[in-house]
Design a binder for this molecule. Structure first.
Ligand code: UDP
Length: 385
């Protein structure tokens, strides 16, 4: 069987590229997936107790991107879900991102207004004009006391690296609020898929033009793939070029410890962070996110580790400069019809919506005759599932 398009990986990036080529351009698409399931790290499933859990950690969908919001509605109904996170510090639970409640609880204050909060923050922050790393980012936005209580140890645990050696963009992900807003994300659209993420991938990939090969390592079969128009690689970029350079990019991974209990809820919130205690960074309780009603509950403790599948690019100066080398190599591959898409292939800390946007943008860049705004209208596109 010949295929026009080969896609390596079936996570957000791979599934989006495959779905677009199959449906919009009627191309025959082969999706090669190393794992025994589709969906990449978004994969969720019902465990033995019947509880919907995420195999690779919590995935929260949030976006301001109208195109992505439209696109994801073609494959699922969504339930509104506004994500909040609590952090366990000094024996109490406080909201994160930092807001007025966080500061009042941690420092026994009675701040009531944005102006009072701004004044208090002004007494804390260290003026740094252009924060060059994550430590400077935090010190310049919340000051030393909050940095040490909430961010420093969590970041060291998560990345096994000092925040001073990590790109400012990592701690810039967490805003600082001068009001009482408890939301983790500020985006206009925040939601969870009504039936879980795996169902979305099943629908995206169920097009008759798409063939999926699970349990298949691309590098084992690549010599047998011939005459395709384009190949999209969504794995780690340094893995693709393993023959060109022995230097490896580093990726942080997570190990998950699942526990199920015979009572309906384990904790008061979907995610509780533990910056200063334990070896895990956070405990996730899935029912809060998926909205499932069940007499039992399952939690997962997340332990950062260097072993295991690559999850997070470690944005240090060394890695970013090495990525520059790979990026140049990647650009040359496009002459052969090979493209790199997604978080691992672009070595970027993408959120879910950014991964969708990255894949959609690549598809429409490569096919400029198509009108993206019309093609994504979920009232019009019909999945051929
Ligand atoms: N972070 C922290 N304390 C927290 C939450 C996050 O120091 O309570 C830092 C940590 O370095 C983390 C980064 O902020 O890796 C980004 O957090 P996010 O919640 O976006 O991480 P993800 O959900 O992608 O693992």
């Amino acid at each position: 069987m010949t295929h026009d398009i080969v896609v390596v990986g079936s996570g957000i990036s791979g599934a989006t590229i495959a779905q677009r080529y199959a449906q919009v351009l009627n191309k025959k698409v082969l999706v090669i997936e190393k794992r025994n399931h589709i969906g990449g790290n978004c994969y969720d499933f019902y465990n033995d107790a019947g509880i919907l859990v995420s195999k690779y950690g919590a995935h929260l969908f949030h976006t301001n991107d109208e195109c992505v919001w439209k696109y994801v509605h073609a494959f699922s109904s969504w339930r509104p879900y506004v994500h909040t996170v609590l952090s366990s510090v000094d024996g109490i639970l406080v909201p994160i991102p930092v807001n007025i409640t966080t500061v009042n609880l941690l420092f026994n204050l009675h701040i009531q207004t944005e102006t009072e909060m701004q004044q208090w923050l002004a007494t804390q922050v260290i003026t740094i004009d252009h924060p060059a790393n994550s430590e400077e980012s935090a010190l310049s936005r919340v000051g030393k006391a909050l940095y040490e209580k909430l961010f420093k140890n969590y970041t060291i645990k998560q990345w096994n690296t000092s925040p001073s050696l990590l790109s400012a963009s990592i701690l810039d992900r967490i805003p600082v609020r001068t009001n009482f807003d408890p939301r983790y994300f500020s985006d206009k659209y925040q939601a969870m898929p009504l039936f879980g993420y795996t169902k979305i991938f099943e629908k995206m990939l169920s097009h008759p033009n798409i063939t999926i090969k699970l349990n298949t390592d691309y590098f084992h079969i690549k010599d047998s793939l011939k005459n395709f128009e384009k190949l999209f690689f969504t794995g780690p970029i340094d893995l693709y070029f393993q023959k060109k350079s022995a230097k490896k990019l580093s990726y942080r991974s997570l190990r998950f410890e699942f526990e199920t209990f015979d009572f309906p809820y384990y904790q008061v919130n979907s995610v509780i962070n533990y910056p200063n205690d334990y070896k895990f960074t956070r405990i996730v309780e899935f029912k809060h996110m998926y909205g499932q009603k069940h007499p039992k509950t399952t939690i997962s403790k997340e332990y950062p580790t260097w072993d295991g599948d690559p999850y997070y690019p470690v944005l240090s100066k060394e890695n970013l400069s090495l990525y520059g080398f790979y990026k140049t190599q990647a650009a040359l591959e496009s002459k052969k019809g090979v493209y790199f898409v997604g978080r691992l292939a672009n070595y970027k800390y993408f959120n879910m919506d950014q991964a969708f946007a990255n894949a959609l943008n690549l598809f429409y860049q490569l096919n400029p005759h198509l009108d993206k705004t019309k093609g994504l209208d979920y009232n019009k596109i019909q999945s051929k599932a």
